[in-house]
Design a binder for this molecule. Structure first.
Ligand SMILES: NC(=O)c1ccc[n+]([C@@H]2O[C@H](COP(=O)([O-])OP(=O)(O)OC[C@H]3O[C@@H](n4cnc5c(N)ncnc54)[C@H](OP(=O)(O)O)[C@@H]3O)[C@@H](O)[C@H]2O)c1
Length: 283
């Protein structure tokens, strides 16, 4: 099937990887369904697609919400009549120590990264089956392979995404449906601010090469895609020298702890400055 004949749903298309994939698809002219909660940010992606004359459908919705998931499917079928590719990209990260992590944050991580992804996939498989096949691309994380403790719950959700993909791949292959998992390393997106590690000191890669790799993947499914490529070597190295895993995870954990501490200080300074300004105004 050519890209032009495909209907592709991308969740989390209002920023970062999802937005970059949507824009990287422009030259291939598929039918695109872009989904996210923030209408202003999704509009920015939509405007780019509109300028390029892409046939697209923007849907404001929260993937955690069952009604919104139904809306994504119903509106896509109404508009384009089929679903060929589902890119389960919507996701959040939260850096926190497990003993300090509030239950609401744990729920948010599990519901967004795991439950929503499973439920949307589960609803779309019968549609792809009826249509003669399809491709499900699940965005996991390198942390699924190299978990890091200030990201324990996040790493667990992304490991769940990988295992879920590995399991259903066998179940759905007889329907002509492929399942690919993408395991990105650190990329420069809004993810870092949401996760609470956005001071800019941690290593981060530019998102466009990753989005181009995902565009290629759409046509050529692959079980696991680790990006950037250097991280494949890292995994190989860890297999040869297992103690390296502990050294690397602890180094990353310390970097993240420093980022979080620095963000807390910046936030405190900002609050103090605000207080000072209010005091000056009231005197
Ligand atoms: N950046 C990295 O370093 C990195 C590394 C490994 C894996 N990943 C994974 O890559 C995926 C994309 O992240 P990103 O780096 O591009 O971060 P991002 O810039 O924060 O993008 C996340 C996207 O998900 C959407 N989203 C979040 N919760 C949602 C919900 N409940 N319903 C609908 N949409 C929702 C956000 O849109 P709204 O807020 O508008 O809803 C946004 O468009 C995530 O699954 C993330 O875990 C990222």
């Amino acid at each position: 099937m050519t890209y032009q004949n495909m209907t592709i749903i991308i969740t989390g298309a209002s920023s970062g990887i999802g937005k970059a994939v949507s824009l990287a698809l422009i030259p291939y002219k598929p039918k695109l369904v872009i989904v996210a909660r923030r209408s202003d940010k999704l509009r920015e992606t939509a405007e780019e697609l509109d300028k390029a004359n892409i046939d697209f459908l923007p849907i404001i919705g929260d993937v955690r919400n069952a009604e919104d998931r139904n809306k994504i499917i119903d509106l896509t079928l109404q508009e384009f009549g089929q679903i060929d590719v589902l890119i389960n990209n919507a996701g959040i990260g939260k850096a926190n120590l497990i003993v300090e992590q509030p239950e609401e944050e744990i729920d948010e991580l599990l519901e967004t990264n795991v439950k929503a992804l499973i439920m949307l996939t589960r609803k779309i498989i019968p549609i792809m089956k009826k249509g003669g096949g399809g491709h499900i691309i699940n965005i996991s994380s390198f942390f699924a392979l190299l978990p890091v403790y200030p990201f324990a719950v996040y790493s667990a959700t992304k490991a769940a995404v990988k295992i879920f993909s590995d399991c259903i791949r066998e179940e759905v292959k007889n329907y002509g449906i492929s399942v690919s998992t993408v395991l990105p390393g650190p990329y420069d997106t809004e993810f870092n601010a949401v996760a609470g590690i956005a001071t800019g000191r941690c290593l981060k890669y530019e998102v466009n090469p990753l989005s181009k790799r995902i565009v290629k993947l759409i046509k050529k499914p692959k079980k696991n895609v680790i990006q950037p490529q250097i991280f494949v070597l890292l995994i190989k190295l860890i297999r040869i020298i297992p103690p390296l895993k502990g050294v690397i995870t602890n180094t990353i954990a310390k970097m993240i702890a420093r980022e979080r501490a620095s963000m807390k200080i910046t936030e405190l300074r900002r609050k103090n400055k605000e207080k000072e300004e209010i005091t000056t105004l009231t005197h």
